[in-house]
Design a protein around this ligand. Structure first.
Ligand code: 5AD
Ligand code: SF4
Length: 476
């Protein structure tokens, strides 16, 4: 696919969306005759990244339009839907386990609809396994046909047969899908979908299609909608937000988009994820520094601190280029909080090469890290590479890395003591104790104060007791 606007097929047509609305109405009628006045309930669970969470909000929006309410109690559900993640083997295993466990619910309620969607369902080997070993699953659909959910449920209800709809595709963009948001305080805003990077370990480009950007006007309209709902923290989402706009034929890039959202009226902060270092420009870092609403938090995955491993990973930057970006970012934003993703035990990595990852985190001093032991993903290049280091050995390296990060995180949070931070109060940690995050994404817990209703609001919190991963404080 060359580009969005050059290739209009990437946008789902208004006629198709209208067709789905018609299916919605038909399903609604079928459901009301089946359930009478009792509203049917759906249990929807999403695994994986925020991109998947955002898809889940659209899936729930469509289910709501079909007449479903939602329940957290799986036994009470008339429809169970798992929106799956394929990023690591562990994520997949958990889903097989959970699906196996709901077989007994189906026996108790033969009308129960069981549906699976998301990244796992874009892999033919997974779909075959579900087809053959999980015959009680009614509906399986991939990431490129989410907008067709009304039609797919219609087919299940109408025919009583199993429906599999997992086309291979470069991907589409479907606008005007209803969204059911679980919280109004924080909002997820997808700006682009798919990935073109083909890092050698990663399954995402195979299951999410090619990079494609939403039109700026659609993004701005959704941002305004979120602000009107009272949302105070908007996270722009994409596998690689730095390449936003590359395939649009209007004059836009990610920095320009950030400025447009920053200019919207209202009291809110803007976050974004994920950035790829190869496309992270000084222009973007300057833009972050200049935009008052953009959180001074940068999630910039480096994956490995060793140049040979980075090349094998097909990351297209080296250690020094990453460090240079980090130095520049801290120069223009002295209070910047940085977080990152790291893989330990990539095929062929030696202990000495792994140590370069440890020295990199000691140099950059991240606020927190998402650390993963390498997991082979069938179909990727790295899955074919010799991988002689045992799981136990990788486990020891992993512990060495997390111990080093724990020390860094403790030193960083210790510096917060006695300082006051602007915090968006998100909810309750437990009874009487509220929590929220600083702009730099550090979790703060603080006691509720009678007469002050700060839930969903920005408030000033004085840090009194820094722990390693979270800090405690009090309302000012
Ligand atoms: N094994 C382990 N970690 C992985 N990630 C992606 N693919 C794999 C894999 N095969 C990690 C990367 C990425 C994050 C979302 O998940 O660190 O940034
Ligand atoms: Fe998200 Fe990737 Fe997992 Fe899919 S495979 S849910 S894109 S992390």
């Amino acid at each position: 696919m060359e580009g969005n606007t050059k290739n209009r097929e990437v946008f789902v047509s208004p006629e198709e969306i209208k067709k789905q609305n018609d299916f919605s109405n038909r399903v609604k009628t079928m459901i009301s005759s089946r359930f009478g006045i009792n509203q049917p309930l759906a249990f929807v669970h999403t695994y994986g990244c925020q991109g998947n969470v955002s898809d889940g909000e659209r899936i729930k929006g469509m289910l709501e339009n079909l007449g479903y309410g939602f329940t957290d109690e799986i036994e009470k559900a008339d429809l169970i839907l798992y929106n799956t993640c394929a990023i690591r083997e562990h994520a997949e295993d958990r889903i097989y386990g959970n699906v196996g466990a709901i077989k007994k619910l189906k026996r108790a309620n033969p009308n129960l609809i069981i549906a699976l969607c998301g990244c796992m369902m874009q892999q033919p080997r997974v779909v075959e396994k579900i087809r053959n070993s999980y015959p009680f699953v009614n509906l399986v659909f991939g990431t490129h046909v989410i907008h067709k959910l009304p039609e797919l449920i219609y087919r299940v209800l109408r025919t009583g047969k199993r429906v599999f709809e997992c086309p291979d595709s470069d991907g589409v963009i479907a606008e005007d899908i209803p969204v059911h948001r679980d919280t109004k305080i924080k909002g997820w805003l997808p700006i682009m979908y798919g990935c073109n990077n083909f890092c050698s370990y990663c399954i995402v480009p195979y299951v999410r299609g090619r990079e494609r950007s939403r039109m700026p006007a659609d993004i701005i309209a959704e941002a305004k909608e979120l602000i009107a709902l009272g949302c105070k923290d908007i996270t722009l989402l994409g596998q690689n937000v730095n390449s936003y706009g590359k395939n649009l034929d209007c004059d836009i890039n990610f920095s320009k988009l950030l400025r447009m959202i920053n200019d919207l009226e209202g009291d809110f902060i803007i976050r974004f994820m994920t950035s790829h270092p190869k496309d992270c420009t000084k222009e973007l870092l300057d833009t972050m520094a200049e935009c008052d609403k953009v959180a001074k938090h940068l999630h910039l995955p480096f994956q490995s601190g060793n140049d040979r491993v980075l090349a094998e990973m097909n990351r297209r930057y080296n250690r020094e280029q990453y460090l240079e970006l980090a130095r520049y970012a801290r120069k223009v934003m002295p209070d910047l909080s940085m977080t990152s993703d790291v893989i330990v035990g990539f095929p062929g990595e030696t202990y000495e090469e792994f140590r370069d990852t440890v020295t990199l985190i000691e140099e950059v001093k991240f606020t927190s890290l998402y650390t993963f032991i390498y997991s082979p993903r069938p179909g990727t290049k790295a899955a074919e590479m010799p991988d002689p280091i045992s799981r136990e050995e990788k486990g020891r390296w992993f512990k060495e890395l997390t111990d080093a990060q724990e020390k860094i995180a403790g030193e960083r949070t210790a510096l917060m003591k006695g300082k006051t931070y602007r915090v968006l109060c998100e909810g309750y940690a437990k009874e009487g104790i509220l929590n929220g995050r600083t702009e730099g994404n550090v979790m703060i817990e603080f006691p509720e104060v009678e007469g002050r209703d700060v839930l969903g609001e920005f408030c000033d919190v004085l840090v009194t007791d820094p722990l390693t991963w979270i800090v405690r404080g009090e309302l000012k």
